[in-house]
Design a protein around this ligand. Structure first.
Ligand SMILES: C[S@@+](CC[C@H](N)C(=O)[O-])C[C@H]1O[C@@H](n2cnc3c(N)ncnc32)[C@H](O)[C@@H]1O
Length: 320
């Protein structure tokens, strides 16, 4: 694992803290349930690949730890898919992941884990089935592939389309779209700049649409990366009805290798993330890991001010 990927993990943890700290502070043991579907879980643990000295929890263990800390007495489901092309690697990773979750002591009567090992399309089918049995609950989907081509846009549409409806306390029926945490691997698409089927499948557009967009961005002085980022951003915005959060994850040379997108639909969730997670992420950068200059070079522009007249989200409004 490259050291820069640690930033994506910090962001995931910061997002989950909105639940485990903020929602929990308001609701305690009555906090709503939260299901997490991690479709590219790996071993659940990361070791820095150059010096092999730094180690830290991956998406699966962060999710497990946060769900364990979350005080809700309601059942929370953790779905982990651990797959690798090479069968030996796959079995090894799977055993490592199973042992880690087991050692953590995740499973209790109200914390359920399901670990599977399939290529994405089959894992998604199973996850969707599981989700449909629990669709009224808030759920987060984590997509953390090696390359953007491992996640065709159709997959995003499929997940984002899993809209559940539930009755709020006031009796009103409301719908709920899954929340999405995507590590969009721009680097892999940049390496395949001429592979139009690969680029357009990840972006969910036709070749002429992409060519048009790229031309527009380039004629305005933008780069291929800008074109990828803005296209993906607006695709997510179209589905979610509001802009996603986007944080560039820089590689060693300072150039982004990926952009972490977090897409949430509901007002309260959106404003909470904005208020709580992003500053937390910045603190993480500044305080904890500043000495490691070789990989802390990110600069991201996220407007954190709330629009005038809006107060920080009333979590109660949406998480009931
Ligand atoms: C970037 S790693 C995941 C890291 C993990 N999320 C973490 O934080 O530790 C990507 C993982 O996806 C697996 N993978 C690659 N192609 C896949 C596919 N088509 N379907 C499912 N998993 C795949 C790889 O074997 C690898 O374990």
């Amino acid at each position: 694992m490259a050291i820069h990927s640690r930033q994506k993990h910090a962001l995931l943890e910061a997002y989950l803290r909105v639940w485990t700290q903020n929602v929990a502070a308001n609701w305690g043991t009555d906090s709503p349930s939260l299901d997490i579907f991690d479709l590219f879980a790996g071993t659940g643990w990361c070791v820095e690949r150059e010096y092999r000295k730094d180690q830290w929890p991956g998406t699966a263990m962060i999710s497990a730890q946060q769900l364990m800390q979350y005080p809700t007495k309601r059942k929370c489901m953790l779905f982990l898919n651990c797959w690798a092309e090479d069968d030996v690697v796959r079995s090894k990773n799977l055993v490592a992941l199973q042992q880690r979750v087991h050692t953590l002591g995740f499973e209790r009567s109200n914390r359920e884990v399901r670990i599977v090992s399939y290529e994405l399309s089959e894992a998604l089918r199973i996850a969707v089935e599981l989700h449909s049995a629990r669709k009224q609950y808030p759920n987060l989907w984590i997509l953390d592939p090696y390359g953007a081509s491992d996640v065709p846009w159709q997959v995003i549409e499929r997940i984002a389309g899993l809209v559940g409806s539930y009755k709020a306390k006031n009796g009103k029926s409301t719908s709920r779209r899954p929340e999405l945490f995507i590590n969009f691997m721009t680097s892999s698409l940049q390496r395949n700049i001429h592979n139009l089927p690969m680029v357009t499948s990840a972006l969910g557009c036709t070749v002429p649409e992409w060519k048009n967009h790229l031309q527009q961005v380039e004629s305005a002085g933008g780069t291929f990366l800008d074109a990828l980022a803005t296209f993906y951003f607006s695709q997510l915005e179209l589905v979610y009805g509001r802009p996603p959060f986007g944080v560039k994850i820089p590689g060693k040379d300072g150039n982004p290798v990926s952009i972490v997108f977090l897409a949430v639909e509901r007002d309260a969730a959106w404003h909470s993330v904005r208020k709580e997670s992003i500053p937390h992420f910045e603190q993480w950068r500044l305080q904890k890991y500043l000495p490691r200059k070789e990989w802390v070079r990110t600069r991201h522009k996220i407007d954190r001010d709330l629009p005038k007249g809006l107060k920080q989200a009333e979590l109660e409004d949406s998480y009931q």
